[in-house]
Design a protein around this ligand. Sequence first.
Ligand code: GLA
Length: 388
Amino acid sequence: MKEKMLKKFEELYGAGGDIRFYFAPGRVNLIGEHTDYNGGHVFPCALTLGTYAVVRKREDDVLRFYSMNFENRDVVKSSLKDLVFQRAAGWTNYPKGVLWAFTSKGHPIDKGLDILVYGNIPNGSGLSSSASVEIVIGVMLKDMFGFDVSMTDIALLGQYAENNYNGVNCGIMDQFSIAMGKKDHAIFLDTSDLSYEYAPIVLAGKKIIITSSNKKRGLGDSKYNERRKECETALVQLQTVLEISSLGELTEEAFENAKEVIKSPICVRRARHAVYENQRTIRAVQALKDHDLNLFGQLMNESHKSLRDDYEVTGIELDTLVEAAWEQEGVVGSRMTGAGFGGCTVSIVEESAAERFIAEVGRKYKSKIGYEADFYVVDIGDGARKLA
Ligand code: GLA
């Protein structure tokens, strides 16, 4: 890929100078969904799929962007003076948002850039292709301009850009896991204080299979922000009787004892998901430490049911995929992953059953939904980095 990207870079922008190469992965969350903006735990891992970027500094303030994923489009030209969100700027709003975030947070960018990217994360599938672009740009800026920022800072700057430039009110999970990923490990992250621990994922004869529903979703126009508000409402009402600063501080029991103060039944269900899912995530990581993969799988299944019934973010496509997966032999666990409303599911499947899983779940999906699902047998990779 590198050769192909370099060739295209030189063709578009000319040869010579200090051309550098970077990578940031996509991510899949194993358990802990819609907990990251509720002060709870998440358990994501980085993939080996991701976004590559080839970059060279310029002498002026011009910015040029090109994506090899949209080869019929021209180079997009902009400038450091023009870092404002514009719908028409399309995907370049992600890198521009990160340039803006660095600049606004005291890391001024004083030279333009020629940027070429290529990504092999299925687009809009809920594997965080946008956060992957943000973090590849963050790692590049740190390296090119010598900024003294940690990988956690880069994750926070990416989230700041997503929230305040692109207007998507996401939590920290995606940017953090992409920045901090570690091969063959998932990250047990406490989003209340960003403390984390790497947990080895030893699958012994099993595979992680991601299934894309091919139902596209955009967080901006989804009900993501509405779910956040419902959780905030529940929290404010709980705070009239409990001294807590987030739903993540509650055990199931403490929640059950106090839930009467939440006025709307919908908000009760949203908060119940946030509380139970957080506790489930803590238990799931313990199950892995105890080498109890079956319990881990059961907790994944329960997570899906809670996202379906209490949080209502699954929809017929994801439910069809997961319910078909549960019926297959050799499936340890299966659930939706990411924001929901379309996107992907994640399943842990016996290697010997993987082929049949793909055929059977694929067949059931097509016959019920009318179009194909796509399957990816994935590996857990390292976080964002400069490449040689
Ligand atoms: C999206 C957001 C994350 C997280 C998940 C749901 O991926 O970007 O911050 O909230 O949804 O767990």
